[in-house]
Design a protein around this ligand. Structure first.
Ligand SMILES: [Zn+2]
Length: 439
C-alpha cells in the first residue's frame, strides 16, 4: 500500500484484475463491496479465506469454534505453529490483517446453530461451507434457500473431493441432489478416513473461484453440475444435476418440514451439538419461528390456522403465491371478507431484507395471515416474518432503554407505536394446508 496513489489505493494492488478483460475496475469494486460468510476455518477455509482476502473481497465473516492444533497444520495452511492453542478465527484475523489490511474480518469463535445460520446468512452476499459437517451443510443449504443467498459447498475425503454451488430459485439445492441426510451421514468423515493434506487446498481454491464469480458477476456458477475431483487419477468428472420439483426445501410446496425431519436421529458431530434439539431446521419456520432461543416470545405469536381459527377483522392477508398461481386460483371470498387489506408478495424461494421490511411496514401492528397453495411457503414466510419481527422488537426495546436512561418517559406496552420502524405485527398466522386444504 506504500506505493499506492492517494486517489486510488487499490490501483497498484489490483492492477492485474483491473486489466483483466471482463473483470476490470467494476469487478474489483464489486469484490470490495461483498460480504462473504465462511463457515469453518480449517482445511477448506484456509485457501478460501486466503484467496478471497488476497483478491480483495471487502468483508469476511469467519465462524469456527475450534482452536489451532498441531494436527491441523499439514492442510490448514492459514494457521502457523505460533497459533497453536489460539482460536482459529483469531489466527485467521491476524493472517488476513498481515496479508491485506483492506479486508475486514468478523471473527466468530462459535458453533453454527440454526438460529445463527439464519441471522448470519441474511447479512451476507455469499455463503461458503468449509465445514466437515453433514449437518452444517444441510442447515446452510436450507438457510440459503430460505433467504435466497448463494451457497458454495465442498466435501473431501481421502484422495477425492467434490464441490458445487446452490443458487436458490435458479438451480438445484443440496437437498435436490442429496435428499436423504441419513445416507450422506453414513459417509466417512476426514477424521475417520483420513485426507491427503493438499486436497482441501485444491477444493478450497475451486470454492474461492466460485465465490469470486458470484460476487463479481462474471462467468457461470457451477450450479448445474457437481464437480468430482480425483487426485490419484488426476481426473475431474462433471455430474449434471437438476432441480427436483419434489425437493423438500426448494420444491416450493413439497413439504419443507418433512424434508427437514430427515435430520432427526443423526448424531450431531462435535462442534455442532445444538442442531438436533428443537427439531433441527424445522424449528425455523414452524409455529413459534426460531423458537430455539425463545426470541419469538418477544413479538407476536407465530401459528398455523385453519378456517375455524380465522381472525374476524383487523388483519392483513398476504398471498405468497406467484402471480400466475394467483390468477389461476383466486382466493375464496371467505378468506378476505374480514381483511383490512389483501396483497400478493410471492415467496418464490425466499424474501430478501427489502421484501421483509416492506411487508412489515405494510402490515404495521395488525395481525398478518399468510396463504399459499399448500401451506409450505406461507409457513416458511411466517417463520421469517416472526424472526425479523422479534429482531425489530429487540431493537425497539434497546431504543426504549436509551430513552429511559436519558430521562425521557418510555411507556412499556404502547411504545411500539411511537415510530414506524419499530412496529411489528400482532399475530403472524399461516394457513395450514394452504388453499388446497382450506377451499
Ligand atoms: Zn432443492
Amino acid at each position: 500500500m506504500r506505493d499506492a496513489r492517494p486517489d486510488d489505493p487499490g490501483a497498484r494492488r489490483y492492477a492485474r484484475h483491473h486489466s483483466l478483460a471482463g473483470f476490470g475496475v467494476t469487478g474489483q469494486r464489486r469484490l470490495a463491496a461483498a460480504r462473504v460468510l465462511v463457515v469453518g476455518a480449517g482445511g477448506l477455509g484456509s485457501p478460501v479465506i486466503s484467496s478471497l482476502a488476497g483478491c480483495g473481497v471487502g468483508h469476511l465473516v469467519v465462524m469456527d469454534p475450534d482452536v489451532v492444533e498441531i494436527s491441523n497444520l499439514p492442510r490448514q495452511l492459514i494457521h502457523t505453529e505460533a497459533a497453536i492453542g489460539t482460536a482459529k478465527v483469531t489466527s485467521v484475523q491476524r493472517a488476513v490483517a498481515a496479508q491485506n489490511s483492506g479486508v475486514e474480518v468478523s471473527a466468530l469463535p462459535e458453533r453454527l446453530s440454526v438460529t445463527r445460520a439464519l441471522e448470519l446468512v441474511a447479512e451476507v452476499d455469499v455463503v461458503v461451507d468449509c465445514t466437515d459437517s453433514i449437518e452444517a451443510r444441510y442447515v446452510l443449504n436450507d438457510a440459503c434457500v430460505l433467504l435466497g443467498v448463494p451457497l458454495v459447498w465442498a466435501s473431501i475425503a481421502q484422495y477425492a473431493g467434490q464441490f458445487g454451488v446452490v443458487e436458490p430459485a435458479v438451480g438445484p439445492c443440496y437437498r435436490c441432489v442429496f435428499p436423504d441426510p441419513q445416507a450422506v451421514a453414513g459417509l466417512a468423515t476426514c477424521e475417520e478416513a483420513g485426507v491427503l493434506g493438499v486436497l482441501p487446498g485444491v477444493l478450497g481454491a475451486m470454492q474461492a473461484v466460485e465465490v469470486i464469480k458470484l460476487c463479481s458477476g462474471i462467468g457461470a456458477p457451477a450450479r448445474d453440475a457437481i464437480r468430482l475431483y480425483d487426485a490419484l487419477g488426476a481426473t475431474m468428472a462433471t455430474l449434471p444435476v437438476a432441480r427436483d420439483p419434489e425437493c423438500g426445501v426448494c420444491g416450493l410446496e413439497a413439504g419443507y418440514f418433512e424434508g427437514v425431519a430427515g435430520l432427526e436421529g443423526v448424531d450431531a458431530p462435535p462442534g455442532f451439538a445444538d442442531f438436533g434439539g428443537s427439531g433441527g431446521f424445522g424449528g425455523l419456520g414452524a409455529a413459534g419461528g426460531p423458537g430455539a432461543d425463545g426470541r419469538a416470545a418477544a413479538s407476536g405469536a407465530v401459528a398455523e390456522i385453519g378456517p375455524q381459527e380465522w381472525p374476524d377483522a383487523g388483519f392483513v392477508l398476504v398471498d405468497v403465491r406467484n402471480p400466475d398461481e394467483v390468477e389461476a386460483a383466486p382466493l375464496p371470498p371467505w378468506m378476505t371478507v374480514g381483511a383490512d387489506e389483501t396483497f400478493v408478495e410471492p415467496w418464490a424461494g425466499g424474501w430478501n431484507e427489502t421484501t421483509r421490511a416492506s411487508v412489515h411496514a405494510r402490515v404495521g401492528e395488525r395481525d398478518v395471515v399468510l396463504v399459499c397453495a399448500r401451506g409450505a411457503r406461507s409457513r416458511a414466510a411466517a417463520g421469517v416474518l416472526g424472526a425479523s419481527a422479534s429482531a425489530s422488537a429487540m431493537e425497539h426495546a434497546a431504543a426504549s432503554g436509551r430513552e429511559a436512561a436519558s430521562g425521557q418517559e418510555a411507556t412499556p406496552g404502547d411504545d411500539a407505536a411511537a415510530d414506524g420502524s419499530s412496529r411489528r405485527p400482532g399475530r403472524i398466522l399461516s394457513v395450514r394446508g394452504g388453499l388446497a386444504a382450506a377451499s
